[in-house]
Design a binder for this molecule. Structure first.
Ligand code: SAH
Ligand code: DHB
Ligand code: MG
Length: 290
């Protein structure tokens, strides 16, 4: 595993040595100048490296290894925070939690947006006043319900799904959530369905297969108007997106998408990195400006 260690002081170097001895590739960074007080007293050196190798935090609260990046190292904490804010602020109702349960029962993959992310999509639809939404990748309709519930009277969601089995579960979930009348599921390869659609759509959520993101972005742009917002899920991929040598097709697909966005003068875009129950990932936002 390639692990970046932030902190080239005594602890950083010791941890790096432990990781290197365990066969990991270590990249040593500069130390955060404000963290000097964390360095003393030091935990037993071995404990820290061992904890990292096993994917946990160093047991010492003062240990500098809190600053060491290692993929899912803190996923437990991120999930606890997701659970906390979901219970307090997001508050998914029975239709949303039930949609997840039905998806699980049907053996669909557990890859829907998290509740806080679903609520974010919902709020963006409301904040932008979107009346028409196009989604790529329905799965069991979890994100679709969040999107559809944000629409004003007369609004609509079109959602594209490859698998008939997923679409069937989604259709039942949308019915139970009371939004089936404003959602149309189109089954087939999104790339084949796109030409049949009539725009403009006000907001897009791209969340289907990750190697075709560029084509979906271009298709979305074709069906947009100035002011439309294009949102893309899973664009950080545990940080792998920053590695030009990564040969995972999803990473390559995402980098190709970013090149397309960067070269497109009609959008203004950013990426927000996210952590939570789904690990470390991120969302891209592209506003159509012209
Ligand atoms: N947006 C959903 C999750 C979507 S998961 C949610 O957050 O609740 C990705 C979905 O994209 C899967 O259901 C998968 O079947 C679908 N998919 C994969 N390739 C596709 C393609 N070429 N066209 C349309 N959908 C596709
Ligand atoms: C996967 C797909 C997603 O859209 C997601 O948000 C997480 C994981 C996947 O295909 O593994
Ligand atoms: Mg996704």
């Amino acid at each position: 595993m390639r692990i970046g260690v932030l902190g080239s002081g005594e602890v950083g170097r010791t941890v790096a040595a432990g990781l290197a001895a365990a066969g990991h590739e270590v990249v040593l960074g500069t130390r955060d100048p404000t963290s000097a007080d964390l360095l003393d007293p030091l935990p037993p050196r071995r404990t820290c490296a061992d904890a990292l190798v096993s994917g946990e935090w160093c047991p010492s609260t003062k240990c500098h290894s809190r600053l060491i990046h290692n993929g899912d190292m803190t996923k437990e904490t991120w999930t606890a925070v997701d659970d906390y804010v979901t219970a307090l602020l997001v508050r998914p109702d029975d239709a949303l939690t039930g949609a997840q349960d039905r998806a699980d029962e049907a053996g669909l993959p557990s890859i829907a947006v998290s509740p806080p992310q679903g609520k974010l999509l919902h709020l963006l639809v409301r904040a932008s006043g979107a009346r028409s939404v196009l989604e790529f990748g329905t799965l069991a309709g979890y994100s679709t319900i969040w999107l559809a519930r944000a629409l004003p009277e007369g609004g609509r969601v079109v959602t594209l799904e490859l698998e008939q089995r997923h679409a069937d579960v989604a259709a039942a979930n949308l019915e139970r959530a009371g939004v089936a009348d404003r959602v149309e599921i189109k089954v087939g390869r999104a790339i084949d369905t796109l030409p049949q659609l009539t725009g403009p759509f006000d907001l897009f959520f791209i969340d289907a297969d990750k190697d075709s993101g560029t084509e979906y972005f271009r298709g979305a742009l074709e069906l947009s108007r100035p002011g439309s917002l294009i949102i893309v899920d899973n664009v950080v991929r545990r940080g792998q997106v920053a590695d030009p040598d990564n040969d995972d097709p999803a990473v390559r697909g995402t980098r190709r998408l970013f090149d397309a966005i960067a070269a497109e003068p009609r959008v203004s875009a950013t990426v927000v990195q996210t952590v939570g129950s789904k690990g470390y990932d991120g969302l891209a936002f592209a506003l159509v400006t012209g």
